[in-house]
Every structure is written in structure tokens, then in C-alpha cells.
Design a protein around this ligand. Structure first.
Ligand code: ADP
Ligand code: MG
Length: 686
């Protein structure tokens, strides 16, 4: 390849070396094992391949120049081949009445099948030549095709490369692992990914390369997790003492679910290893994360350490405070709340108590991150809804101690396991995957706007029964004005339908003053109003067990995780709860899938999986956090089973006693070192 083209190849596709080229995999294949007969032809976008003979040429005048038309026949019929350019040169280079293999797309034109600009090869050459069973198709760019680097040129380059390099790709996985996983060799995989010798070998090649790719990422994450643990020393909480035991024996308001017990065990183990705990606790809304947090705080207390619980909003901090205080005050533990609205005098007391160590449990917002807040011995930081807090803020808290506190991050936003494993691969993850018993499933239904009257009637019945109702409107930045109009129109029509004095309505939206919002919210919490009309400000937080109906307006405009979070506002009391998704008639396919998913399941993890499939990992995580979003061949949605196997294999090797010494694994570690040295490729793996 000449220097000009080579430069474009580098710039457009990042291909500079043989290795780059060999690792540039086709993104699809055209089956060339099948030959068609002319009488079988249909018009389709797929390429077909036919064996036959040219029987004659004619030149047809057209607006500019002329086109060359050739008659082509096999034993089943005949068709035309057409060239609009270079006609003379083509006619001279082709032979009549000898068998050719032709390949290309078929059109139907003037009552006959035609193939424009076919690829042609003499059957005798085809039989001798480099067998292409499945024709690879490589990703290209406009500039590349303009400069004549067509797919065919790319294939030729790969052929040339493999003519020299075939059999010389060094193995990256151990014999043992290859055996265990039933993989083909690196050499075989590399050849068959470019030139599959059969459908079966292509599947094996893809599997081998996907496994390899995911395996080395997982190996890196597992190693990082282990080194973090060795590096990040933490307090040893080896006492399970009076506070924990008393509470567990006499004050636990309910029996823990098996999932809660399992998670607690994982946490207890972490706290006793001498390494800092860094654990993500995932549990759907209502799965009972609070009690796990409280029990963990009691372990800290038994070991004479302070705990802090940090929530993203004041409302949420308030709620946590109420819940935790209710649990802990019966056993005589003082709990305090520190937020932006704490009075100065009160603040001063709290600061002092935290610094002299007389206060053991503090709950608050980011007011806790202020420099003025000094702990005597903070041993545990529990962070709610991690997506609201930056890692930097977390680190700031750690710095206040000689040793960092143990960190438990709680999130109600389920992250699919595959994604969590890859993005948070160096965190430990606990999942509460079971709801407390006796919880009634929230019934979810989808209604079109035209059914609104029936929905109003239903609301009325629920209110008469003493229930409360949420009506939520979307608020999306770009159309803010319109959104407020929707909200206010909706509020008006609800006010008309539900007039005073029988009905009272709260309204909360982002343009209100914070004090007014709180006032309206409190009226609803206290049951003074029966309907709460709101934008998504209520998304995180409020707990009103008596609210049993969630109506989501323009539900098609919300994302899945948002819909699920909103639905989680109801179903907190003893009554049957409902979620009604209102939408217009015209729905995109994706919107339909979202609404249907909500109707079909209450399981946050299933919803997250669908979300991942719809939006892809990059979109779901917000940022390019990890190498998983930039994979060469594997796909964490489609290849989740391969990912699980790769993860397990990596763990086995790292955690096995012999892992590092076992001669069988030598080849893996030397590949690993090469990858780590060549970090630039992997730099974006967090
Ligand atoms: P979340 O995970 O959303 O924070 P909470 O901790 O607020 O959930 O718990 C939701 C509700 O379930 C609370 O009212 C809590 O008292 C109750 N709860 C939690 N665990 C159990 C359990 N094991 N058995 C019965 N009720 C439970
Ligand atoms: Mg909670």
C-alpha cells in the first residue's frame, strides 16, 4: 500500500501495523458457500453467487457514453450483467463461453434479472484460489472508499497478511483454560475471524476472541480489587457486641429476609478483614436497605466508631433520620440530622459532638462534607443513591481520617449484573434481590389520553376509600415552557374535576420556592390534600404509605428507570396500589417496549436489563466510564454468558493459591503484563 493510502488507513481506522490490521475484525460476513441458480433468483439486498457462462456482449447508448450489457446463462436460465463504467476494458478482459463465478446484488430491470458491476472470477481460478467461504465485510468510511480502499482492497490486504503471518499468532491463554472453556487456538481464531472456513468455525472464532477480550478486562479488574484491598487498609471491626446483639434479639421490628441476611454477612466479613470496605449495595425500592444500614452502624458502634449516612436531598435525609431514629432511640442511641437548613446554634452543637465523639450516628446531606465537620473517629460512611455524589466528594470525607472509613454505597437504581460487573468491577457488590414478605404487587396499566374520564372516575373511587393520589408530569429541559404549560393545564383540569371542598390538591414544581414546595409536600404527607400534582421533583424521596395511585402523564416521554423510580412511590402501605401510565396514541416502537415492560414486571433488575438493551451501555452509564463501552468484538448485553464465564475464570486464577506460580498460567500472566505495559489501549478502563 502506498504512503498516501496508508496514512488515510491510520487516520480513519487506526491501522498502522500488521497487528492493527489483524485485529481489525469484519463486522459481518456474506455467505459464499451457497451458489444460486438463475431461476432461483429473487430481488433482495443480499449478495448472491452464481456459476455460468457469458454468451455475448452489447453496447447500449445512454445519456452520457454507453453501458456494456452481457448475456449470462447457466443450465436454469439467463440474465444480464451490466457495467456503466470502463466498458471497453471490461469487455476485453472477459472471455465468452467459459465458466465464471459471479458475485453481486441482483436487480430486476426491463423484465429481466440483472447484476450491475459483478465481481467475476474464472471458475478454474476460483477452484485454485484462496477459499473465501464467508466473505468478510469490514467497516469503512467515506474517505476510505473515495480513495479506493474498498472492501475488496481490505480483503486483499488481509489475505496478504495471513499469507505471511498465518500460524504465527502467539497464544495468549493457557492450555488449561483453553481446555476448560472448550476454545479454539488463537491462530485458528484469527484466521477464521477473517476467513471463516465454515459457519461453525466462525462461531468458534468469535467465541474465542470474545472470551479473550472479556477475560483480560476481568482479570485486570479482579487484580485491581485485590490490590486495592491490600493497599487500602481499613479499621478492623472484630466486635459484634452489645448494641448489635441487643438490637438484633429484642428490637428488630421484623425478621430479616434471606437476602438481607446474606448481604449482612457479606458486610460483616468485609469489616473484619483489615482492608477498607468498598461495597455497592443494590436493592430495589422497598427491598429494605435501611435496616441493613442500621445494623452496619451498630457494628461500627460496637467497635467504638462513628457512622455517617449521607443522602442526596434534604427530604431524603429527613426520611432517613426519622426511620433510623425510630429504630435506634429505643436502645438509647442518639441520632442527629445535619442539613443545609440546620440552624446555626444546632449546627455548632453537632459539630462539637462529632468532634469530641459523643455523637455516634449522624445523618445528613452534603452539609456533612463541609470542612467544619470533623469526626473524632468516623468508621463507616453510608452513601445513599450513589449517582448523585461524585467520587471526589467521597474521597474528601476519607481524608479527614488517618484511615478511610468503610464505605457502603446504597442504590435503588438497579444496574444489570453484566454492567455492574464491568463498570464497577473493582467494587464489591451486594444485591438484595428479594422483597419483604406480604408486599402487594403494584398493578400497572397503560391508558391512552382518550380514556382519561375512566381514569378520573377510578381516582375518585380511591379517594373516597381514603387513599391519596400522585399525578406526575414530565419535565424535560429543552421544552421547559411547554412542560409547565402541560403541568398547569393538567392542574386546572384536575381542579375542575376534583373541586373544593370535597377535594384538596397540592402542587409542586421546580419553579416554586423551596419553602413553598416543602409546605405543599407536607400537606400531602399529613393527608391534608388527596392529590399531589407534580413534576418529577418527587422522584427521589417522599414516603407516603397512604398514597396508592401513581398517575404518570406523557409516560412515553420518561425513561424506564425513571418510570420505575416513580412507581416505587406507591405500594408502601397495606393497600393494593396502582400505577397508571398515560400516553398519546402515537408511540414509537421503543416507547411501546418501555410501557409494556412496566406493565409486565415490577422487578427492577429485569427493567434495567431491558433498559440496557434499548439504550446501550454508554447511554445508561452517562459517561464513558469503562473499557466495556469500547469493546472490539464482545458485547456486554449479548455476550453476558461469556462475560460471566470470563469473570469466573479470572477469579479462579487470581484467588487460587497457585494462581501466580502455576506454570500452566504463565502464558496468561505474560500476556497480562504485555497488556498492562501497553496501557494506552486499555487506558479508558477505569
Ligand atoms: P429501601 O430499600 O427502599 O430503602 P426500606 O429500607 O425503606 O427500603 O424498607 C421499606 C419498608 O419495608 C420499610 O417500611 C421497612 O420497615 C420494611 N421492611 C424492611 N425489611 C423488612 C423485612 N425483612 N420484613 C418486613 N418488612 C421489612
Ligand atoms: Mg431507602
Amino acid at each position: 500500500m502506498g504512503p498516501a493510502r496508508a496514512q488515510i488507513l491510520g487516520k480513519e481506522l487506526g491501522i498502522y501495523t500488521y497487528a492493527d490490521l489483524a485485529n481489525f475484525f469484519p463486522f459481518r460476513y456474506i455467505d459464499r458457500t451457497k451458489f444460486y441458480k438463475i431461476k432461483e433468483l429473487q430481488v433482495s439486498s443480499a449478495d448472491v453467487q452464481i456459476v455460468g457462462k457469458l454468451t455475448g456482449f452489447k453496447s447500449v447508448k445512454q445519456k452520457r457514453g454507453s453501458r456494456l450489457v452481457a448475456q449470462f446463462m447457466d443450465d436454469s436460465g439467463q440474465m444480464e450483467l451490466v457495467w456503466f463504467r470502463a466498458a471497453k476494458w471490461i469487455q476485453d478482459s472477459l472471455k465468452l463461453n467459459v465458466p465464471y463465478v459471479i458475485f453481486g446484488k441482483v436487480n430486476f430491470f426491463n423484465g429481466a434479472f440483472t447484476m450491475p458491476h459483478p465481481e467475476m472470477e474464472l471458475l478454474s481460478d476460483y477452484k485454485k484460489g484462496f477459499k473465501i467461504m464467508m466473505q468478510p465485510v469490514y467497516r469503512s468510511t467515506e474517505l476510505l472508499s473515495n480513495k479506493g480502499v474498498s472492501n475488496r482492497v481490505m480483503q486483499k490486504m488481509q489475505q496478504q497478511l495471513f499469507a505471511e503471518a498465518q500460524g504465527k499468532f502467539s497464544e495468549t491463554l493457557s492450555e488449561k483454560l483453553i481446555q476448560e472453556q472448550g476454545l479454539i487456538s488463537k491462530n485458528e481464531a484469527m484466521f477464521n475471524i477473517h476467513f471463516p472456513q465454515s459457519q461453525e468455525l466462525l462461531i468458534k472464532a468469535r467465541h474465542r476472541l470474545k472470551f479473550e477480550e472479556l477475560f483480560f478486562i476481568q482479570l485486570q479488574l479482579v487484580v485491581k480489587n485485590l490490590t486495592n484491598k491490600a493497599k487500602n487498609k481499613g479499621f478492623v471491626f472484630d466486635q459484634i457486641g452489645q448494641y448489635f446483639n441487643d438490637f438484633y434479639k429484642d428490637h428488630l421490628p421484623f425478621e430479616l429476609t434471606n437476602a438481607q441476611k446474606k448481604v449482612l454477612k457479606e458486610i460483616r466479613k468485609d469489616l473484619n478483614t483489615g482492608a477498607q470496605m468498598n461495597r455497592l449495595l443494590q436493592g430495589d425500592v422497598g427491598s429494605g436497605k435501611t435496616i441493613v444500614a442500621v445494623l452496619t452502624m451498630l457494628i461500627a458502634l460496637d467497635n467504638n466508631y462513628q457512622s455517617a449516612l449521607i443522602a442526596p436531598t434534604e427530604i431524603l435525609a429527613n426520611q432517613h433520620f426519622n426511620a433510623v431514629e425510630e429504630l435506634l432511640s429505643p436502645i438509647g442511641i442518639k441520632v442527629r440530622l445535619l442539613t443545609g437548613s440546620s440552624k446555626t446554634a444546632q449546627r455548632r452543637v453537632i459539630h462539637e459532638e462529632l468532634e469530641n465523639g459523643s455523637l455516634h450516628v449522624i445523618i445528613g446531606t452534603h452539609a456533612l462534607f463541609e470542612d467544619k465537620v470533623q469526626f473524632k473517629n468516623l468508621g463507616l460512611a453510608i452513601i445513599d443513591e450513589q449517582h448523585r455524589f461524585g467520587v471526589a466528594q467521597r474521597a474528601k470525607m476519607w481524608m479527614k481520617n488517618t484511615l478511610p472509613p468503610h464505605v457502603l454505597v446504597m442504590t435503588a437504581t438497579p444496574i444489570p449484573r453484566t454492567l455492574a460487573m464491568s463498570v464497577y468491577g473493582d467494587l464489591d457488590i451486594s444485591v438484595i434481590d428479594e422483597l419483604p414478605p406480604g408486599r402487594k404487587m403494584i398493578k400497572t396499566i397503560h391508558r391512552y389520553d382518550s380514556n382519561r374520564l375512566a381514569v378520573f372516575k377510578f381516582i375518585k373511587e380511591e379517594i373516597v376509600k381514603g387513599r391519596q393520589i400522585y399525578v406526575v408530569y414530565p419535565l424535560i429541559q429543552e421544552s421547559e415552557q411547554l412542560d409547565y404549560k402541560d403541568l398547569m393545564d393538567g392542574y386546572e383540569s384536575i381542579s375542575r374535576e376534583f373541586p373544593l371542598p370535597d377535594f384538596r390538591i397540592s402542587i409542586v414544581h421546580g419553579k416554586m420556592k423551596s419553602a413553598d414546595k416543602d409546605y405543599e409536600m407536607q400537606r400531602f404527607v399529613k393527608g391534608e390534600t388527596q392529590i399531589m400534582v407534580a413534576t418529577t421533583v418527587i422522584e427521589v424521596g417522599v414516603n407516603v404509605p397512604n398514597a396508592s395511585v401513581m398517575i404518570i402523564e406523557s409516560a412515553e416521554r420518561f425513561g424506564l428507570s425513571q418510570l420505575h423510580q416513580l412507581r416505587g412511590r406507591v405500594g408502601r402501605g397495606a393497600d393494593q396500589s396502582y400505577c397508571i401510565l398515560m400516553s398519546g396514541m402515537k408511540l414509537t416502537k421503543e416507547a411501546k417496549t418501555r410501557l409494556q415492560t412496566m406493565v409486565e414486571t415490577n422487578d427492577g433488575f429485569k427493567i434495567a436489563e431491558v433498559d440496557l438493551k434499548l439504550r446501550g451501555p454508554g447511554d445508561l452509564m452517562g459517561t464513558q466510564q469503562s473499557g466495556v463501552l469500547d469493546l472490539k468484538i464482545a458485547d456486554i448485553v449479548q455476550d453476558s454468558s461469556v462475560l460471566f464465564m470470563a469473570r469466573k475464570a479470572a477469579q479462579q486464577i487470581v484467588y487460587s493459591e497457585l494462581g501466580h506460580q502455576d506454570p500452566d498460567y504463565k502464558i496468561i500472566w505474560s500476556t497480562f503484563e504485555k497488556i498492562m505495559r501497553n496501557k494506552s489501549i486499555w487506558a479508558n478502563i477505569s
